[in-house]
Design a protein around this ligand. Sequence first.
Ligand SMILES: NC(=O)c1ccc[n+]([C@@H]2O[C@H](COP(=O)([O-])OP(=O)(O)OC[C@H]3O[C@@H](n4cnc5c(N)ncnc54)[C@H](O)[C@@H]3O)[C@@H](O)[C@H]2O)c1
Length: 397
Amino acid sequence: MIQIPAFKELDRNKEKIIMAKKPLNIGMIGYGFMGRTHSNAYCKVNNFFDLEYKPVLKAACARNAERVQAFADTWGYESIETDWRALVAREDIDAVDICTPNNLHKEIALACAEAGKMILCEKPLSMDAAEGEEMCAAVEAAGVPNIVWYNYRRVPAVTLAKQLIDEGKLGRIFHYRAQFLQDWTISTDLPQGGEALWRLDASVAGSGVTGDLLAHCIDTAIWLNGSIDSVSAMTETFIKERVHQDTGEVMPVTIDDACTFMGRFSNGSLALFESTRYARGHKALYTLEINGEKGSLRWDLHDLHRLEYFDHGDAGTVRGWKSIHVTDGDHPYMSNWWVPGLQIGYEHTFVHQVADFLKSLETGEPAGPTFRDALETQKVCDAVLASANSSSWHNVG
Ligand SMILES: NC(=O)c1ccc[n+]([C@@H]2O[C@H](COP(=O)([O-])OP(=O)(O)OC[C@H]3O[C@@H](n4cnc5c(N)ncnc54)[C@H](O)[C@@H]3O)[C@@H](O)[C@H]2O)c1
């Protein structure tokens, strides 16, 4: 039978809905893949989360006026800019969302800090840890709220993994392994650099799969299992030369196409990470597994609403891996969505991140990962690349 709330409760709900929200004016820089996921999150967040603040899509910015206007029209941005400096200088912008390629993150973030704007910056934080240090110093001196979009922390199944680990369900951790596999750069005909292909140009991306894909795995790992102290890595660039999309010239390929590393966490557990864009058949296979004394956990992005859990404390006769369908009301974030049993997906991780960021403005408790948190990932990436270059173990900065 459908439960109808009492009249009083209905009145209260109505009051809540008409209560004015505090506007948070967003300036979005970049209209690509992430520009879309974030815009979608700003549009949806107040429909599902009870928050004091409401994002207002004030301005979108990119260099091509016609294209950024089309993006603004699609998502409902009130205005456009074609120079990010003009956007940052606007008094009617409270928070800047940096969705540009990696080589612009630092410059934009420093300008935002100076202008006193809040910053939501895409990952990786920076091209390298030295840039990241500067960015942390700037936002901390300015005292502006800041967050980095390592969104996989906010897949409910991954957040549940964090809860179970923090409750001690796995006991002492022995192993952490993660993979992020793709196959989109195998063709020798694929150009490098320029629009949509900047990830293949290290002068724009910083690195290849290390900063692009492994950075996600490293952020989740540090969040779930603590700091990584030392690493030993190998990288490979399978295709050594490609035509540059912008110049038409054949140029050396400067990124790592694949990277594998092992390492040690501060808690004594061992790390094994692998990433490549040459795993034929895999489009975005992010998997992780953690083995502890009392149990193990396993997660797979292709089945993101499930968390696999082995509890050694179960009676021997029924002991085995269970697949938890992370859709119940008491699972992280899920009470904000539909009814138990109905799953959500990739785009919701960005909604969760916006919700947590807006909540942090209410409570004054920063939502992670802050720039400072993300710097730790950057330091691991630097150590991984240095280790691969020198074929030796490296301590993390
Ligand atoms: N969190 C995630 O899972 C995730 C996924 C993909 C990308 N990313 C990160 O997001 C960022 C953007 O990646 P993307 O996939 O959206 O890239 P994209 O190529 O789809 O979009 C980049 C956007 O930046 C704009 N841009 C480039 N130079 C500019 C300039 N000088 N001024 C203003 N705008 C400029 C482009 O016009 C484009 O709209 C990168 O840092 C990337 O690493 C994160």
